[in-house]
Design a protein around this ligand. Structure first.
Ligand SMILES: C[S@@+](CC[C@H](N)C(=O)[O-])C[C@H]1O[C@@H](n2cnc3c(N)ncnc32)[C@H](O)[C@@H]1O
Length: 229
């Protein structure tokens, strides 16, 4: 069963997600199913999405939800942990890492305020697993003043993430952009309607070797050696 089907037949706790997120989740999160992983969702609300993630990732996953509302603690059940705190509080976020270990996947569906999204991202992104995934959803709020956003607002997480695209390409800017943590530890940044997905990873060798027919073609062993040199 895919995640969309799971959502449609859900008659347990309430889940609130935009429809078009489901293929995005499937695309980025399917490789993590049935593995020993730590998954964190920021924003618990009625707890239905935590149950959905538990079903999706399977029995080996540790599912953690955080929320500022103490009532959310009541949705804890086997395999689902809920901690109460503010997503913008680094001490609280550090406590989570101390308790559960680094997270493989973080999904920010919390306050949707630009200051919170940024604070949480700046603290958590460097601390997730080296091949981990960080998703920020409901970023239509990045265009809304009441959430600290706006089309041209520098604080908008969408605008900030556009700059991260330049960081990703820092090595090609002829020294204009100094490689940052983002440059060195990010494999991809995917933009969707209201959702951005960061995939951590490193590219240890950046080269553009050639292959195929060539009159002055060296032997296979030399070509392999040259490609890796
Ligand atoms: C959109 S709801 C989460 C929905 C849930 N993930 C789902 O898919 O059904 C947002 C939640 O974020 C919580 N929240 C708001 N501000 C927060 C903050 N500063 N830190 C942590 N959680 C916060 C709210 O209490 C609310 O339960």
């Amino acid at each position: 069963m895919n995640l969309w089907q799971d959502f449609l037949i859900n008659d347990d706790r309430l889940i609130h997600k935009w429809m078009h997120y489901f293929p995005i989740y499937e695309k980025h999160l399917t490789p993590w199913r049935n593995r020993t992983i730590n998954f964190l969702e920021i924003g618990v609300s009625k707890g239905g999405s935590l149950q959905m993630w538990r079903r999706f990732f399977g029995p080996m996953a540790t599912i953690v939800g955080i929320d500022i509302n103490p009532d959310c603690k009541s949705v804890e059940e086997e395999g689902i942990h809920v901690r109460i705190g503010d997503q913008g509080d680094p001490a609280f976020l550090q406590q989570l890492i101390d308790e559960f270990g680094p997270f493989d996947i973080v999904l920010d569906d919390g306050s949707h305020r630009m200051d919170h999204i940024r604070q949480t991202f700046e603290f958590m992104y460097p601390k997730i697993a080296k091949n981990g995934i960080y998703l920020v959803e409901d970023l239509h709020t990045a265009y809304w003043e009441e959430y600290g956003g706006g089309v041209e607002a520098p604080e908008s997480f969408v605008n900030l993430s556009k700059k991260f695209v330049d960081d990703l390409n820092a090595d090609h800017t002829r020294g204009v952009i100094a490689p940052s943590f983002m440059s060195k530890n990010t494999f991809s940044i995917a933009f969707y309607d209201s959702l951005i997905v960061f995939e951590r990873g490193t590219i240890p060798i950046k080269k553009a070797p050639k292959s195929g027919q060539d009159v002055n073609r060296p032997g296979l062993a030399t070509r392999l050696k040259n490609a890796l040199r």
